[in-house]
Design a protein around this ligand. Sequence first.
Ligand code: OAD
Length: 246
Amino acid sequence: MTESIRALRQAVQEANRIVVLTGAGISAESGVPTFRGSGGLWRNYSPEKLATPEAFAQDPRLVWEWYNWRRSLICQAEPNAGHLALAELERRKASGPGGPSGFTLVTQNVDGLHDRAGSRNVVKLHGDIWQVRCTGCGAEQRNEQVPLANLPPRCACGAWLRPGVVWFGEPLPEAEWDRAVEASSKAQVFLAVGTSAVVYPAAGLAELAQAAGARLAIVNAEPTPLDALADWVLHGKSGELLPRLL
Ligand code: OAD
């Protein structure tokens, strides 16, 4: 393990173009529950049942109660050492030969903890839990009220508001996806952190990057389907491992 960390740290230091893909695991040490594995359930519902347009159509109040719960946990959470290490890596790479595009952080998380840790160049593939969008007129706004009263909340136009996140079965925001693909296809090192790597198309970025020549590293608490492809696999907590890559 120590040898893998040393080798990966060297590769990270030498690379002028790095992409990091993060998932819920990077926020676990901040107290934000992951989707899969222990602690992922809420009132015996799995996220796959709640984070869908069908669930919202059927019971918008239930879906909003789940988001109220997640928003209340997230607003009490602080970025952890893993988020902070990635923000520091971005600062170092941005002032290096690769410039600002030398480091791209692509996240599946909607919690905003990367922003709060100081990361600047964050590509949010699955939206932002602090954004709400009208299901009628499509207007988007930021809403940081915790908890939201009167569920489901309504837009000024009268229609229901929904969370500004991507649900299962919905397309990813096009501009974010294009940025992620562009950066991944030019990366020398692609690092996947705290993701079970089972949700596509996000997980496919690792394969895309590797096919285009990147070396692949995994930092995750448990094994993932990407481990078999990776040049380095570090099993452990991202809040402990990522600072050791600096
Ligand atoms: P998951 O919950 O599927 O996976 C989180 C991963 O983090 C698991 O493999 C854990 O082993 C690992 N983990 C837990 N604690 C960790 C720690 N301290 N350090 C490192 N790893 C740790 O979350 P995602 O892969 O992000 O999408 O899930 C992908 C998408 O599925 C989410 O963005 C969300 C979800 O449904 C949508 O809502 C569209």
